[in-house]
Design a protein. Structure first.
Length: 287
């Protein structure tokens, strides 16, 4: 046998072709393959004129359009001819071919810690020219992951945002690349992200009685993006918003003050997140 040729760079398969046998009694060909060890016969092609074969490594996985050979692996092949009597020729000289290399693991994964009820992930473009998409998964514990996004490699910015999370919720994220032949990279190392926490509740509430009513003051919430405060009238079972303040003081007028009341204050940030209400401050008028 002579003229055996192979093609490298195909996804999980290797095409082979060879010259037609000059023996008119030949009715087919046998193909053997080796990777690290000895050759093993893997296929039979019937018909003297049938001189091509695509080795896909056996039966395809369910739902897969490609073979089962290993990615980026070099295989050696030989071919022989056999006739109607079962007699076989000598094996051809071995020829090598290498399957397509899977995409590299994505790098540069970064996550946010300051978005309200969402985490945004970004990463760098893979070096391969035929990357089709990236698959992003998230996990609450760093072990059990679920898919949360698929991002086309054609996007101008490689990013994904998981919304609908809780305040100050920690999540872990990882991603892999998928190329045009559906070959997948390994998963990158998981990176932790977190949603924006609520502002701290105001503290240090105190009041001073004046001719205009009661001036309530408190310590500013430490977050840099605080935009204001809500003042609440606390009841037995619920609280009612009494007013708002841009600074850390609020004046309760005589009509609102009545014979006295209990107040609480909450902080608001630039994203509309609201802190827990402060410890109650009871305002009592002197008799």
């Amino acid at each position: 046998m002579a003229g055996l040729e192979t093609v490298s760079g195909r996804p999980r398969e290797i095409p082979l072709k060879w010259q037609v046998s000059t023996d008119e009694k030949v009715v087919g060909y046998a193909i053997s393959r080796a990777s690290d060890g000895d050759f093993e016969e893997v296929a039979t092609v019937k018909g003297m004129e049938n001189c091509e074969y695509v080795d896909q490594g056996g039966e395809r996985r369910r739902g897969s359009s490609i073979g089962t050979l290993q990615d980026g692996t070099t295989y050696r092949y030989r071919v022989l001819a056999f006739n109607t009597a079962g007699a076989r020729s000598e094996w051809s000289e071995p020829v090598e071919a290498t399957t397509k290399v899977a995409p590299g693991i994505p790098v540069g994964l970064e996550t946010t810690t300051n978005l309200p009820r969402a985490v945004r992930t970004t990463w760098r473009l893979n070096g391969e020219k035929d990357i089709r998409e990236y698959v992003v998964e998230s996990s609450a514990d760093g072990r059990r992951f679920r898919e949360c996004a698929r991002v086309s490699a054609d996007e101008a910015v490689l990013a994904a945002t998981e919304n609908g999370l809780r305040d100050n919720e920690a999540k872990f994220y990882r991603l892999k690349a998928v190329d045009s032949d559906t070959l997948e990279s390994g998963w990158c190392e998981a990176v932790a992200g977190r949603t924006k926490p609520l502002p701290d509740a105001p503290a240090g509430l105190a009041f001073e009685l004046t001719d205009e009513g009661a001036v309530v003051r408190w310590s500013a919430a430490p977050q840099p993006d605080i935009t204001g405060y809500k003042v609440w009238r606390k009841g037995l079972l619920s609280a009612q918003e009494l007013g708002r303040a841009e600074r850390t003081e609020y004046t309760v007028g005589p009509a609102e003050l009545g014979k006295g009341l209990t107040l609480q204050v909450s902080a608001l940030d630039a994203d509309g997140l609201e802190s827990e209400r402060s410890e109650p401050l009871e305002i009592k008028l002197p008799r």
